[in-house]
Design a protein around this ligand. Structure first.
Ligand SMILES: *Cc1c(COP(=O)(O)O)cnc(C)c1O
Ligand code: SF4
Length: 397
């Protein structure tokens, strides 16, 4: 019956809101990095944690890294533990449970690791894991063993090693024409260090495109400064893929960051991970994809969530992925539809359900509404041997 909110009862401190912070601080990415939420006390400045969240924060401490930028924290619903931003950012007890088949590295990055930082899985392109640092340690990170697992990091003590060996490997393999900088988040480096890496790659004649995988546009868009964009644009062609998972993440700040990248000639794509309780429904995904197009971000991949140790509670079935793809394909424009892939030791496997099926009568095609038609194979032959000679069809069946 009391109208008193927990904000004013004198026991729980009032929550911080975006408007409490002066623009000069809010717009400064260094301020956000310094003010990151890293413990329960700081989390209470932004949200009212549930007992489960409190327990998870305590029990994951010392096992998994945790931090949340004030910017990303401000997107969390303070009262709703099911908030999709909160689910991605606040530890959950599921991270500590045993799930069958879970592995720290199910996609085999370690198996394909050729130098300290270079993972060479496909002949023509490599990823370079250049850091383990991220502005927010996403709970669903597919490289959790590398970014957030306090013991099991990929680098052990080698993160500070110079890049000579990595760049030499790439230069010695001229079939590599495409280098994707990832981590961790490459934009965690200051501009000067990043420029050393990017210019080192650009000096290798066989490297055609440089790609950056970064979640800063989502987790701390203030990092996308004019100086950063100007620097990157001196090493074109540079592409950037980011990682929006929910429409709530598409804010005016994110939109400005994307716009700045695009104006500097850096195409921006997006990789979404299909996450239980975050974006595993058609309506959310459709809004996400159309909102991405509105801010001129091109959807690229929809990743099936890997069975990674500490992440398995986010997994959905493959059927859920099909349902989502069926809800996108044809319902929105083709370039708003990402490719649904599952990452394995054999690489990324396209997983979309075919929109046709083989029958004794021929191929039956299905449109986005589920309507079907038989493809006339006298008009569209399936095999080369049945391609009619010119004129042969004249006066045909
Ligand atoms: C994802 C990935 C790439 C890049 O794949 P694209 O399909 O070209 O985006 C390259 N190497 C590794 C090891 C990867 O996991
Ligand atoms: S920003 Fe990317 S690499 Fe870093 S924790 Fe999040 S998903 Fe993992």
């Amino acid at each position: 019956m009391s109208q008193m909110s927990p904000d004013t009862d004198g026991i729980t401190p009032a929550l911080t809101r975006r408007d409490d912070i002066p623009d000069s601080q809010w717009n400064d990415w260094h301020w956000h990095m310094r003010k990151r939420v890293t413990n329960l006390g700081k989390a209470r400045e932004w949200i009212r944690p549930t007992p489960d969240e409190e327990e998870a924060i305590e029990k994951t401490a010392g096992k998994y890294r945790w931090s949340v930028t004030p910017y990303y924290a401000s997107l969390m619903d303070p009262d709703d533990p099911d908030c999709p931003v909160r689910r991605q950012a606040v530890p959950a007890l599921g991270e500590l449970m045993d799930y069958s088949g879970a592995e720290v590295d199910p996609v085999g990055d370690m198996f394909y690791r050729r130098t300290n930082r270079v993972v060479h899985k496909y002949p023509d392109r490599v990823i370079m894991l250049i850091t383990e640092a991220c502005p927010v340690y996403c709970r669903h990170c597919t490289r959790k063993f590398h970014t957030t697992d306090v013991d099991g990091t990929y680098f052990e003590k080698s993160e500070g090693e110079d890049f000579g060996e990595d760049l030499r490997y790439i230069a010695d393999h001229p079939e590599i024409r495409d280098v994707l900088l990832t981590g961790g988040d490459p934009l965690s480096y200051r501009d000067g260090k990043l420029e050393e890496i990017v210019s080192g790659l650009r000096a290798i004649p066989s490297v055609e495109i440089i790609r950056i995988g970064s979640r800063f546009p989502v987790l701390l868009p203030q990092r996308i400064t004019p100086e950063l964009c100007e620097m990157l644009s001196r090493y074109h062609p540079v592409w950037l893929n980011t990682h929006f998972n929910h429409p709530k993440e598409i804010t005016p700040e994110a939109e400005r960051a994307v716009d700045r990248l695009l104006r500097h000639g850096i195409p921006v794509g997006n990789q979404t991970v299909l996450l239980r309780g975050v974006n595993d429904d058609v309506a959310t995904m459709r809004t996400l994809m159309t909102e991405l197009l509105r801010i001129r971000v091109r959807p690229y991949y929809l990743y099936h969530c890997d069975n990674v140790t500490g992440v398995s509670h986010f997994m959905t079935s493959v059927e859920k992925g099909w349902e989502i793809m069926d809800g996108l394909q044809g319902h929105i424009t083709g370039f708003g539809v990402p490719q649904y892939v599952l990452t394995t030791r054999l690489g990324k496997i396209p997983m979309s359900r075919p929109s046709y099926r083989q029958t004794p009568e021929g191929l039956v095609l299905r449109n986005y509404q589920g309507r079907e038609m038989l493809l006339d194979d006298s008009v569209y032959p399936l095999t080369e041997t049945r391609v009619p000679a010119p004129g042969q069809r004249e006066g045909g069946r």
